[in-house]
Design a protein around this ligand. Structure first.
Ligand SMILES: Nc1ncnc2c1ncn2[C@@H]1O[C@H](COP(=O)(O)OP(=O)(O)OP(=O)(O)O)[C@@H](O)[C@H]1O
Ligand SMILES: [Mg+2]
Length: 345
């Protein structure tokens, strides 16, 4: 991976991000793919006739979000896995953080929307499980080998390449061993686990988000139906999920993945979804791990099992952080922007 010039001493005269703009020599913007909470992503022509995705993070590089994203990128750049989106280059151009990655054909959010448009309630189970398996493999690899949690798992951040889902967007990446750094960023309140509202990510945080996503993308309903940040925060922290729209066999599995305190040693991400063939055909969910089915996927990176009690735990039931949360309607993929001070982690 080639670092881009990171000289931020020059006075800032920001170029306009538009078609034809070359933020890095040889990488010419062709088409805006989409905008998110903190930036925008373009399809670009790259040297050698290749095509890459170029993401611009909004704001100046000294702003907390960009600083955090840059740190996350430094951490992730040495980590390689078939289902982690490949980082090609990143750095600062015109005082803006620019990230070049491999170009995906779309995201899981796009797939879901296409199914809704066709009148279906969600993604068929076999495809959905296959995509979430890919993501779970990558997430398990991240936290088993590097003690990292992604913390922004949602459909728009699972990108599709060659029929597989790859995990992208590492802006909130968190090293669970790191005590000093404060956590700044945007949680996606629809998918965020209870402990994140308390500023305490755990070993099982990404798994919780995967479970929320599973129900939503399969059934078109969410386990927590809050419409404002405050409602969602309260529901994630205090309320039981509504699992009624799920097939009966899935409910106990989701109920465990969505527990307020998840401390079972075997509840790793990859342990979350194990498609197995019940006698009547079709796929259903089972837990992997002690007493559960052993999952073997030749050629794939194996998920290690986490040791007991490794989660950081959470101060369950504390309503404190919810006070003062804005009563704003939450668009599907909006984020909470806040700073969690170091002492809370
Ligand atoms: N490498 C990529 N290839 C193709 N599309 C991408 C790539 N990275 C992101 N996208 C798409 O570009 C759009 C904008 O992405 P962006 O990451 O800015 O926002 P988001 O994922 O919706 O929200 P967030 O800001 O929380 O990440 C999304 O639709 C996303 O799926
Ligand atoms: Mg994203």
């Amino acid at each position: 991976m080639n670092p881009i010039n990171t000289d931020t001493t020059a006075p800032s005269t920001k170029s306009i991000i538009c078609r034809g703009y070359e933020p890095i020599a040889g990488y010419k913007l062709e088409m805006l793919i989409g905008r998110g909470g903190f930036g925008e992503v373009w399809r670009s022509e790259a040297p050698g006739g290749l095509h890459k995705a170029v993401k611009f993070v909004y704001g100046s590089t000294h702003e907390q979000r960009a600083v955090r994203e840059l740190r996350s990128l430094e951490r992730i750049k040495g980590v390689h896995h078939p289902f982690l989106l490949t980082l090609e280059r990143f750095g600062v151009v015109d005082d803006r953080l620019v990230i070049v990655t491999e170009l995906a054909g779309g995201s899981l959010e796009d797939v879901y929307n296409r199914h809704l448009e066709r009148g279906s309630c969600g993604i068929p189970r076999v495809s959905l499980l296959s995509y979430l398996h890919d993501a779970a493999d990558a997430l398990d690899y991240l936290h088993t080998n590097y003690q990292l949690q992604h913390l922004d798992i949602k459909p728009g951040n699972l990108l599709l390449i060659g029929g597989h889902a790859k995990v992208g967007d590492f802006g909130l990446l968190k090293d669970l061993h790191e005590a000093e750094c404060s956590m700044v960023g945007g949680l996606s309140p629809v998918y965020a686990p209870p402990e994140l509202f308390d500023g305490r990510p755990s070993l099982h945080s990404d798994q919780y988000s995967l479970a929320v996503m599973y129900q939503e993308l399969l059934t078109g309903t969410r386990p927590f139906g809050g419409r404002t940040i405050a409602q969602l925060a309260t529901q994630h922290v205090h309320c039981a999920p509504n699992l009624a729209p799920l097939p009966a066999a899935d409910r106990p599995v989701l109920a465990r993945a969505l527990e307020k305190v998840r401390q079972d040693a075997f509840l790793t991400s990859a342990g979350f979804m194990i498609p197995c063939q019940p006698p009547g055909g079709g796929l259903r969910l089972r837990w992997a791990g002690p007493g559960g089915p052993v999952r073997a996927k030749p050629g794939r990176v194996g998920p290690g099992q986490a040791g007991p009690g490794q989660g950081l735990g959470l101060a369950g039931g504390r309503a404190g952080p919810l006070r003062g949360m804005p009563e704003l309607e939450v668009p599907r993929f909006s984020k909470i922007r806040w700073t969690i001070c170091p002492q809370q982690i």
